[in-house]
Design a protein around this ligand. Structure first.
Ligand SMILES: Cc1ncc(COP(=O)(O)O)c(C=O)c1O
Length: 398
């Protein structure tokens, strides 16, 4: 268990004393930057590092954006977002999950990133401990550091399907614990928390007076039959979601959060102060995401991701990569490379320089044996994945 006291923290073997010092860099960005440099030199790079769909935003959404621009929707909106979009999302919860959420509980944010940041301010006082999995999406623990909270990292392995178990949470929760922050499906492992496990965690957290927050950004991009929203289980949980992944709108910077009635007012005040409003054109464009036409496009893309997953898992296994878990959602494979290297960063660097294949070192996602893992994203075309596999084969031979 990483011991991260609020005033002195060890990160990457160094003692960090300030809030800012505890925020570590996002290593995938360094990979992307180097890949861009090599491309500028004329090299063809196979991108398997990027955490965004290669598909551009669906045509109906782009058309709605053009119409919004012509209609002059170019100014700030209300801080929690335009009413029509909040109402669409409330309907979406009813239709997709069978839960009733009032539009007032939905706040539109500039991406899930801003949603997470807002919730960190809303829910964490200095010294408060938040329980979360290791490995996990790195920005989350950095946001907790930035509000002087303490991320209490719980090392999870394939034995727990890379999601914290109830006994692990119980063991990690000290007197300063205030909340449990989960992500299902997870980045980088693609594993989900099933209904049973999520229910037992929620019941325990409620009994202990801990809030529950679930990052559901990869909902929709899942390959299992049952993926509950935490709101089906606990109506006063906090949810983070986004138009980035399933809806294919990364560059539009648009997400949302759902908060319980008790927190609507303070969440609105934070939205006003932190960013005034999410981008107006993006909000108007996103209204077109809920039509049958758009939903059919998203489903087609989900099936394409599933096909890529199947191909890549099969080929990587043939090459000797160890893939500990089933990829149940998102678009990532978390591969164990310990038989090839005990330094994931060096492994990724060499692969990029010598073979022009970009993947992400596990060290981006935590401290739990992470130097023995890499994250491989299937966010590129089947042709590029095939080329990527051919280059990996060459790398392993040399
Ligand atoms: C688990 C998770 N949460 C949040 C985000 C942030 O997404 P955005 O700000 O684009 O909505 C990401 C991006 O990769 C992610 O993987």
């Amino acid at each position: 268990m990483a011991d991260t006291a609020p005033t002195k923290t060890v990160v990457d073997g160094q003692l960090k004393t300030s809030r800012l010092d505890r925020v570590n860099p996002f290593r995938v960005m360094t990979v992307m930057h180097r890949a861009a440099e090599l491309e500028a030199e004329g090299r063809r790079i196979i991108h398997m590092e990027v955490g965004e769909p290669d598909f551009i935003t669906a045509q109906p959404i782009r058309n709605a954006a053009k119409a919004a621009l012509d209609a002059g929707h170019t100014q700030y909106t209300a801080a929690p977002g335009i009413s029509r979009l909040r109402a669409e999302l409330a309907r979406y919860y009813s239709k997709r999950y069978g839960v009733e959420v009032t539009p007032e509980r939905v706040l539109i944010t500039p991406g899930a990133s801003a949603g997470l940041m807002l919730l960190a301010h809303l829910l964490i006082e200095p010294g408060d401990e938040i329980l979360l999995a290791d490995p996990a999406y790195p920005c989350v623990r950095n946001f907790i550091h930035l509000v002087s909270g303490v991320p209490r990292l719980i090392p999870v392995t394939v034995a727990e399907n890379y999601q914290p178990t109830l006994p692990q949470l119980q063991g990690a929760a000290g007197t300063s614990a205030k909340g449990v922050w989960l992500a299902s499906p997870s980045n980088p492992t693609g594993t989900v928390l099933n209904r049973h496990r999520l229910t037992e965690i929620c019941q325990w957290a409620s009994a202990e007076g801990l809030h529950v927050l679930v990052d559901e950004i990869y909902h929709g991009l899942h390959y299992v039959d049952d993926l509950p929203s935490v709101l089906e289980i606990q109506s006063d949980a906090f949810v983070v979601n986004s138009f980035s992944k399933y809806f294919g709108m990364t560059g539009w910077r648009l997400g949302w959060i759902v908060v319980p009635d008790t927190h609507i007012e303070k969440a609105n005040i934070l939205a006003q102060n932190l960013y005034i409003s999410a981008p107006s054109i993006a909000q108007h464009a996103a209204l077109a995401a809920f039509t049958d036409e758009s939903m059919a496009i998203f489903e087609e893309r989900r099936l394409a991701f599933r096909e890529r997953r199947d191909y890549l898992c099969q080929e990587l296994s043939k090459l000797g990569f160890r893939l500990p878990n089933q990829v149940e959602g998102a678009f990532y494979i978390y591969a164990d490379i310990s038989h090839l290297s005990d330094d994931a960063e060096a492994f990724c660097r060499t692969l990029l320089e010598e073979q022009g294949v970009a993947i992400t070192p596990g060290t981006d996602f935590g401290e739990n044996n992470s130097e023995r893992f890499v994250r491989i994203a299937f966010t590129t075309s089947m042709e590029d994945l095939q080329e990527g596999i051919a280059r990996l084969k060459a790398a392993l031979k040399s």
